[in-house]
Ligand binder design. Structure first.
Ligand code: MF3
Ligand code: CO
Ligand code: CO
Length: 256
């Protein structure tokens, strides 16, 4: 399958799926506290998605993933597995990545939360990572190219002496969770596929405080930084519109 251009009917369904995914992050926000277990965050999100939203948590059983959300703490880059053995500590950061399927279509979004009191260095990493995602979203419009997105993210991250994870990327999304194109978070301006009205893809930079290198843990899911320094991530699902973009997973506190 190549890149799909969504019809207006599909876009309407993607808006609904995107809103539901955003709602899960809003719902779970007050529960992200010192002492909370990531397994409990998973349980609450799962129940909400299934029972309240009447939707499907896409990660559950996806290529064998065992839980309904990903919870990536501190030096975990992505795909952290929620567990009742893992408690959040003062000063932690945690990325919660939510993907729901509603009426056959996916909405995919993540946010990095602060737990208790976060030190200044880590706070800046999380904030700059958000700006990386935001700057990239703001330039989305027909005629721009995927390399422009990657370049914007890479430039802002590296100007702050951070590094960009290269092994994982954003992706087209629709009826299929991960479809073409791959949206790299690094690259060169004016290169790569041209954006067209009706494309939908995620932008989800993973930015490391230290070096860019990652390693896969023995559970075959959890991705960590090799140097064990912290990593942050944010993700939105974005539609290319006639004149720009629409963030399908926007939360009320965001001003896109
Ligand atoms: N939500 C992740 C993404 O942004 C993918 C998680 S796949 C899983 O693409 F299997 F780990 F859940
Ligand atoms: Co994604
Ligand atoms: Co995601």
């Amino acid at each position: 399958m190549s890149v799909t251009i969504k019809t207006s009917e599909e876009i309407q369904k993607m808006r609904i799926a995107g809103r539901l995914a955003a709602d899960v992050l809003e719902m779970i926000s007050p529960m992200v506290n010192v002492g909370q277990k990531t397994g409990e965050l998973n349980r609450i999100c799962h129940e909400y998605i299934v029972n309240e939203q009447k939707a499907i948590p896409a990660p559950l059983n996806y290529h064998g993933f065992p839980k309904s959300i990903c919870t990536s703490v501190n030096h975990v880059v992505c795909h952290g597995i929620p567990s009742y053995k893992q408690k959040l500590n003062d000063g932690d950061i945690i990325n919660i990545d939510v993907t729901v399927i509603k009426d056959g279509y996916h909405g995919d979004t993540s946010k990095t939360f602060f737990v208790g009191r976060t030190n200044k260095e880590i706070k800046k990493l999380v904030e700059v990572t958000y700006e990386c995602m935001k700057e990239a979203i703001l330039l989305v419009r027909p005629g721009k190219r995927l390399g422009d997105i990657g370049h914007t993210i890479q430039t802002l991250a590296e100007n702050n002496h951070y590094s960009v994870v290269r092994e994982y990327c954003g992706h087209g999304i629709g009826k299929i969770f991960h479809e073409e194109p791959q949206v790299l978070h690094y690259g060169k301006p004016n290169t790569g596929m041209e954006l067209k009205e009706g494309m939908i893809f995620t932008i989800e930079p993973m930015i490391n405080l230290g070096k860019r290198f990652v390693q896969l843990c023995d559970d075959n899911w959890t991705v960590e930084t090799q140097d064990k320094k912290y990593s942050a991530q944010w993700e939105h699902t974005v539609l290319v519109t006639k004149n720009g973009f629409e963030v399908l997973t926007k939360r009320p506190d965001e001003d896109f």
